[in-house]
Design a binder for this molecule. Sequence first.
Ligand SMILES: *Cc1c(COP(=O)(O)O)cnc(C)c1O
Length: 433
Amino acid sequence: MSFQNTPDFARQLDAQDPLRAFRDRFHLPLAPDGREAVYCCGNSLGLQPRAARAAVEAEFQSWQEHAVEGHFREPSCWMHYHETLTEASARLVGARPVEVVVMNNLTVNLHLLLISFYRPEGRRYKVLMEGGAFPSDQYALESQVKLHGYQPDDTIVELVPRPGEHTLRTQDIEARIQALGEELALVILGGVNYYTGQAFDLAAITRAGHAVGATVGFDLAHAAGNLALQLHDWDVDFACWCTYKYLNSGPGGTSGVFVHERFAERPDLPRLAGWWGHDASVRFQMQKGFRPMPGAAGWQLSNAQIFPMAIHRAALALVDEAGGMAALRRKSEQLTGYLEFVLQQAGLPAEVLEIITPADPAQRGCQLSLLVHRQGRQLFEFLAERGIMADWREPNVIRLAPVPLYNSFEDVWRIGQGVAAWSAELAAAPANQ
Ligand SMILES: *Cc1c(COP(=O)(O)O)cnc(C)c1O
């Protein structure tokens, strides 16, 4: 579609947007001038759904009125609370219900899955991951490798872009997997790289990993709620994601886990066990001998965290109400495409501002990462003063993530205006560069 850099055009796109009403279902923060801010940090912490407070309030009420009986009382029924998230989570990531469970937090889940799916043996012990992966993932892998008695430097192989490029080419990832061959135990990548915004071809990477006999897992922190995923069909072995970024489920919120159906009936897989993963039909017989439930549910440790899950349930309902990931993704491609367009129109030369996120919509989600070669921090602060809430990553990247549930095309137009105003200031005072 051809875009125009005018407020009328942006408002026209908003008027035609079938998801426009969802913005009112969230609390938007205010800018310094009292107007609604342009919130572009949904990749870091999604906004609060208006329904979240009542959802938590209902559980407070249950606790107040019924105390321990709340575990069994409708409508709360805390005993089975996590199960009420299963169907929506499965739809979200393209999975069968037996393949998903919601529990714990992201890095905890990554560790639990690595215990089962990183099983180095003999010559096959290496791990392939992104260079500059999110630090928590780096630390998790480093510690898991040490747990098995290996040296991280020798064991963890990092993918880096070709010289002069910012993102990875699928063919290079595949070639690296092939070259590692039977030394490769595990491929673990982010679904979308948190820094560059690059979305990886999860199906192709999974195929390549399986072809050499490796296990393939993904950290979907920046992909869940952002991309239309088909984890089951892509044959991914395992995955996990947080719920507080694109899934709007509150700071530190709970996390989702995917384990492919082919492992559903594998009680022999090594794992760390807890009572909530034990066969639910006999859980309360409190007997010795762990017997995991089939599927992802068999990786649970503890009884459900009701409060974060209450928020997550309300937030997931919004995704379904909007028509699921296909509908969100349709708007998202347009919204991010429009952001790319207004940034290109803002008049900053490539020596100052470079968009390092791939231009191909299939290789990105909501986020665009702006590499600002000069005065990046000043640009970030200039935008903040104008009510544009972006995210700053050292040493010189501004991340902007307009999200389809609550961002508007007018928001995106305002970002373009902010960057254009900065560009005009730079042009007026070139000596300061
Ligand atoms: C956000 C994010 C995390 C955060 O982990 P928590 O355990 O939720 O604190 C980890 N990994 C990636 C890739 C992330 O984007």
